[in-house]
Design a protein around this ligand. Structure first.
Ligand SMILES: Cc1ncc(COP(=O)(O)O)c(C=O)c1O
Length: 376
């Protein structure tokens, strides 16, 4: 039996809530279940306002619109991230400035920020890789000193914490993903977290095609009209119903994932040492979100051999994040070999093991046995 890399799981109430949404008859955006998701996340995370979106990519696009990103503005992003972190800003005309990552957490290297900031810099985009917090204290201090906005791409990090505070609550804005590969999912989905309340009203407009429809529904205006730029960033309430079932069961999901993560760490530690493989590092002041378990092989050849070794045993593992500065788009902005040496090296060596809520102990034992049977 094949062990996939990822498989979306159900927590129990998904179909019941979808059925309820259908019975209520409001299945477009901002129905009862969307409100329930907003309230749950606002309360749990301590965020001024949460708005569900159709993806994390779209939440990032909303952030770029809210910050009024214009042609010629610069945004600083780690080269080791998913394209959407930067594409959302490039779409508005921004120039991406690629920052290298730290060797330990694979997060944006805050020590490089000062000399990447120019008078054109409008935003820094820390990505909490694998749901382990970036060095937010230093990043925020530099950003405040230089008058630059911070938008956290927290696609991996829902419910993770840095210094006791939830990831996604540090920047003026932050984004979440509920894509199928994430801990909590509705297939495709996301959220914009708004920490600076000054952005709330405009965010509601941008998300509703540039109209003040939300104010109309609240009885604050007697008709709604076109007031700003915008698009359609709100998901159907059917998806929100699915998501709410998952969010309600967040403790169970996180607990299952923690157990899977700890088993990998406990059972692969000795093998990793003997084979020059690096396991994920979580600083003491970070509580991770148990999003993924990755290995850093000693070389590209070793990584490829391990992926093939697992595949031959019907186990799917994946690698990800080709350095953005060396992508076709990155090169158009001047990216070249050697710009981000840690990213270039890590991206050749990273491998992600099967990790999903319903990964059984037996299947995980098969993955572990297959890894232990490999030497670099
Ligand atoms: C760091 C990061 N940001 C953004 C995204 C995009 O998320 P979505 O698929 O919800 O648009 C991903 C996707 O996995 C990601 O890994």
């Amino acid at each position: 039996m094949r062990i996939p890399f990822n498989r979306a799981g159900l927590t129990g109430n998904e179909f019941r809530y979808i059925f309820q949404a259908l019975e209520i008859g409001h299945i477009s955006g901002d129905g009862r279940f969307t409100t329930k998701c907003h309230e749950l996340l606002e309360k749990e995370l301590g965020v001024a306002k949460v708005l569900l979106t159709t993806s994390c990519t779209h939440a990032l696009e909303m952030a770029a619109l809210l910050l009024d990103i214009q042609a010629g503005d610069e945004v600083i992003v780690p080269s080791f991230t998913f394209v959407s972190t930067v594409n959302a800003f490039v779409l508005r005309g921004a120039r991406p400035v690629f920052c290298d990552i730290r060797r330990d957490t694979l997060n944006l290297d805050e020590s490089r920020l000062e000399h990447l900031i120019t008078p054109q810099t409008k935003a820094i985009l820390p990505v909490h890789y694998a749901g382990v917090g970036c060095e937010m204290e230093s990043i925020l201090a530099i950003a405040h000193r230089r008058g630059v906005a911070v938008v956290e791409d927290n696609a991996h990090g829902l419910f993770g914490k840095y210094k006791g505070k939830h990831l996604g609550t540090f920047g003026c804005l932050a984004t979440q993903s509920f894509h199928e590969t994430k801990n909590v999912t509705c297939g495709e989905g996301g959220a914009l977290l708004i920490n600076d309340a000054n952005y709330i009203e405009r965010a509601e407009v941008i998300r509703e095609k540039g109209t003040n429809r939300n104010r109309f529904f609240r009885g604050q205006v007697d008709k709604y009209t076109w007031v700003d730029v915008g698009s359609s960033y709100l998901p159907s309430d059917v998806l929100a119903a699915f998501l709410f079932a998952q969010l309600e069961n967040r403790a169970e999901i996180q607990d299952k994932r923690q157990q899977i993560w700890k088993r990998y760490e406990g059972q692969l530690g000795g093998w990793a040492k003997r084979n020059g493989v690096q396991l994920p590092f979580v600083p003491e002041d970070c509580e991770q979100s148990w999003h993924m378990f990755y290995l850093l092989a000693p070389s590209l050849a070793a990584r490829q051999a391990l992926i093939a070794h697992l595949k031959a045993r019907d186990i799917l593992s994946v690698f990800h994040y080709l350095p953005l500065h060396l992508s076709d788009m990155g090169r158009r902005w001047g990216g070249k070999e050697g710009d981000c040496p840690v990213t270039e090296c890590v991206s050749d060596r990273v491998i992600r093991l099967p990790f999903y809520n319903e990964l059984s102990e037996d299947d995980q034992a098969r993955v572990v046995a297959a890894v232990l049977d490999f030497s670099t």
